[in-house]
Design a protein around this ligand. Structure first.
Ligand SMILES: [Zn+2]
Length: 272
């Protein structure tokens, strides 16, 4: 994003159902979909997702209009609870631990106090990745459980991993954003299935997963880039094959924690 470290290239919209996942921007073609721009050519704040993360706005305290109102300022229990969940996820969740290891191996070690930020957000998103500040943003007023923290953190770390690989133009290329959103929806477990679904609808699982990933990627692109359904869908379609099949740092689409453990051994000879 273009301005003062407050942009959120890869944000996760509030899920409309319980699924989501991801892929890489490495081999994405650069044929284009126009980015929304002002007359002077620079993207507008609202088109880059700035307005979704009120906690980064200087005027947030004065302008907040959440259902919790000013009480959130006076009795802020969200922040410490968010930080506790973050600590637990970093210490114990195999998806998160694998991604942290992958970042380290790629030369982009992530430190809790520097690269993660629990903040209040608008009610459209649960988390985001700010490429300019190189920070994962976790929406303390939205993330309500450890499971949600694990999933949001995994999703955003996939964006951070793509950023680390260095081939994502978050600000000017909608296809790059779409690619990272496909990967984040495919690999984070956002589109995982319940055991019941697996048992009774085996033939439909693969198709359902792809549909879920596609929809989530389109929705994420739409929210964080303030574009139309059609523009977001075109961006996702244009990079789908490359990005859906880019599974790094996993070796297959992870279905559960065991797959993350196996990926750590397979990729990094690392036990987590
Ligand atoms: Zn995302």
């Amino acid at each position: 994003m273009a301005d003062s470290g407050e942009n959120h290239a890869g944000s996760e919209p509030q899920p409309s159902n319980s699924n989501e996942t991801s892929a890489s921007a490495q081999d994405v073609q650069t044929e284009f979909l126009d980015s929304p721009q002002k007359d002077d050519g620079a993207p507008r704040r609202e088109d880059l997702g700035y307005d979704l993360f009120q906690g980064r706005e200087k005027t947030y305290r004065e302008t907040m209009t959440s259902p919790y109102g000013k009480f959130e300022n006076l009795f802020d229990t969200y922040h410490p609870r968010c930080k506790t969940k973050l600590t637990v996820a970093m210490k114990s969740n195999p998806f998160v631990k694998l991604l942290l290891k992958a970042m380290e191996e790629s030369g982009c070690s992530m430190y809790k106090d520097r690269h993660f930020s629990c903040e209040p957000c608008g009610y459209k998103v649960a988390g985001g990745f700010d490429p300019q500040a190189n920070q994962v943003v976790l929406c303390q007023n939205i993330i309500s459980s450890q499971g949600m923290m694990n999933r949001v953190l995994t999703h955003e770390l996939i964006h951070a991993f793509d950023h680390c690989r260095g081939k994502v133009d978050w600000y000017n290329n909608l296809q790059h954003v779409a690619c990272s959103e496909i990967r984040a929806a495919n690999l984070s477990g956002d589109c995982s299935f319940s055991g019941e679904f697996r048992r009774f609808q085996l033939k439909g699982v693969k198709k359902h997963h792809q549909t879920c990933v596609w929809q989530r990627a389109r929705d994420s692109v739409k929210v964080v880039r303030n574009c139309t359904d059609e523009e977001a869908a075109r961006a996702v379609d244009s990079v789908w094959d490359t990005c859906f099949n880019d599974l790094a740092p996993f070796h297959k689409i992870p279905r559960n924690k065991k797959d993350a453990l196996r990926a750590a051994r397979f990729r990094y000879d690392y036990d987590i």
